[in-house]
Design a protein. Sequence first.
Lengths: 158, 103
Amino acid sequence: MSTERHDSARRRWLGRLLALATLPVLGAWRAALAARPVRAFHAEKLDETIAALAGDALPLTSEKITIGMAELAENGAVVPVKIAVDLPEVREIAILASRNPVPLLASFELGPTTRPFVATRVKLAESCDVCAVVRTANGVYIARKAVRVTVGGCGTIS
Amino acid sequence: MTTGTIKLRTAIKDGVATVRALIRHPMDVGSLGREGQPQRDPHYIHTVRCEHNGAAVFTAHWGFGIAKDPYLSFEFGGARAGDHLSIRWEDNHGESDALDATL
């Protein structure tokens, strides 16, 4: 009888201990998931966005980043963009449009086996510079390309 | 959870998988409600997460600057035919969809 009571008490304590032990693990897991660059998405100026993405690092202009897109986009609502990077250990690729109301269009986190390449379609409000900000294990790099837009793709077209 | 919004195409060459995904979503920037028009909140996918055999290979953080019915392509190494690939999106209205596929 008394051992049973002891057992249940021990189980209760063990359960609490386990719950306590998993808390930091869950915290780390949540932190890993919450890698969205929130501050950069809130920035309304290109420079602020780049600064928010780069953190303490100074972005270096790099020719190893290729921004693959047409120099003339007829429809700003759908503009295909490809970013390919010829640098080692790329962790993150972000795509920015200098004159969009929210310059940051997308940020991509890459795993260790993922190739430093991404293709998507973006909206451009007007003719602007499209920038790629790339974070590697060694630093932050940037490239830009001027694009002319015939019909803007922000605000009016969803 | 919505279903059937993700179309996926994969190919493997020399251990490198190419993934191409097309997602049906309005990606609406919203409107500020000028001159009698009702205000419309933005509606956009904020995260797309892809896993290869359970390991995260690619996570996209999006704003509403991504075009309607988003297209996404990426590549990763260490891929073999029969490997498991999952893709899941989530938007700012709490809607989501996921697709599991075999390479």
